[in-house]
Write a protein that binds this ligand. Sequence first.
Ligand code: FE
Ligand code: CA
Length: 536
Amino acid sequence: MHDGCTSVFTERRHAMHRRQLLKFASTSAALIGLPRSGWGQQSWSINPFSLGVASGSPTSQSLVLWTRLGAPAIQAAGLTTVAIAVTWQLAHDRQFSRIAATGIIQAAPTLAHSVHAEVSGLEPDRVYFYRFIVGTATSPVGRTRTFPASHSAVNRLRLAYASCQQWGNGFYSAYRHMLAENLDFVLFLGDYIYEYPSSRPIEVRPTTGGWITTLDGYRSRYALYKSDPDLQAVHAAYPWVLTWDDHEVQNDYAGIHAGVSGTPVADFMARRRAAYQAFYEHMPVTRASFDKLLSAHADEARIFDCISFGRLATLYTLDDRQYRDAPACSPNQRTGSNRVDPEKCESWNQPQRTLLGAAQEAWLAQKFSTMQGQWNLLGQQTLFGQRNFNTTGGTLLRSDGWDGYPAARRRLTDAILQTQLSNPVILGGDIHENWVGHVLSDYNNPESAAVGVEFCGTSITSLSNSTPERLAQQLKTNPHFIFANAASRGYGVVELTPKQLTTTLTAVTDASDPNSTAFTLAKFAVEAGHAAVARL
Ligand code: FE
Ligand code: CA
């Protein structure tokens, strides 16, 4: 199909052309047997666009436009159980004088009155504006863009990577500063919500709803997070490319194995399906990735994907949560993260243990060999390189990340080497600390060749409990890293040209201040052709 990087799953995208969509809109409510509200001028006593708008999953030809009608507006209008017709418009200009595509979607109660307009047939490398209209209400205007065509020469790409936005740990000032970054897109690497009932030890704003374990609970949690004006603004400013981590379901869950937080539920897989459905309902992602989950109650939502940004870059978004084996050597069969001495854990190095799952691993190796940009960005959940926490001689590794799956990590670096992947750059989140370093071909041999570079981002708000002293010792113990910082909340911006990568880490001064200023924490550069990162 289009970008060469498209997987079989995205080829089945339910992308619809404008005319098909209009046809769909006029028949879908009857087909799915739902009553629907009239087409007329439904007036609203409460703004139905209280959760904002978003766009995402960009390709060179398509975009997903998203909104969800807010539950309070729908309840006040007495429309809780009916499908509601929502018009979407995509235009070349902010005034909507030149409409590029338009259609009508039935926002169904079975999907929390969410709207996903999957628009295809667009022009590559173009800025578009979009909005939604329902009755007398018009949404805020979003700005978005398509990616350049896969064969085209591209001089520049700017993306921000972000993760971990625990609601109560802080305000989203980081996102407000992102608005001025002139990005092509935002890459979100997981922990969009947290399932916790509160955000201790710091709680600058209350989390409503307690522990979430049900579909309604996850929906309410997304609605809470999405009520934030800075988060809404950054969604409206740029398209987002997303993956998830553990807290979209439960802390430290591993594949089919429940995590550790909160009271266990009787059926973890039902909880996971509910959480995955709520993710779909609240994100600008494609129906194809969730179709089996939503229509056939399958357990899987296949979100791993890749997309090229012209010849300059290929972006792989991975899912290291859904398919992973249980962590090794958890005491008393308890799942979740532990610090383990691999010498005392027989299963630690078992070759069959997987983090990505066999299907995703095979897919990734195949994509590496057929689809490379000048730069190859791997957007995934967590720190990739080995971090030995025992800074006094022994070894102590975290079981919940790549360190807990060394054979799987080795297969990935081997695939990078075997396919001679051009300029690999691994981007991560999860640990609430900035780490920058070199990806080694063999972490058991500190002298082994670097095969790429790594930037693991801090959090938007979520806390780290590490200290500068501990990080300094860890850097000494793990010299493939050149920088670590646990003190700052914020995001990273990666700018690529054919010859150079520059990463700028931006930090907010005080995440507990909704009006926080921001500053540059550190800057790094990588020259194309050299797996070496230098601090500027
Ligand atoms: Fe997190
Ligand atoms: Ca996490």
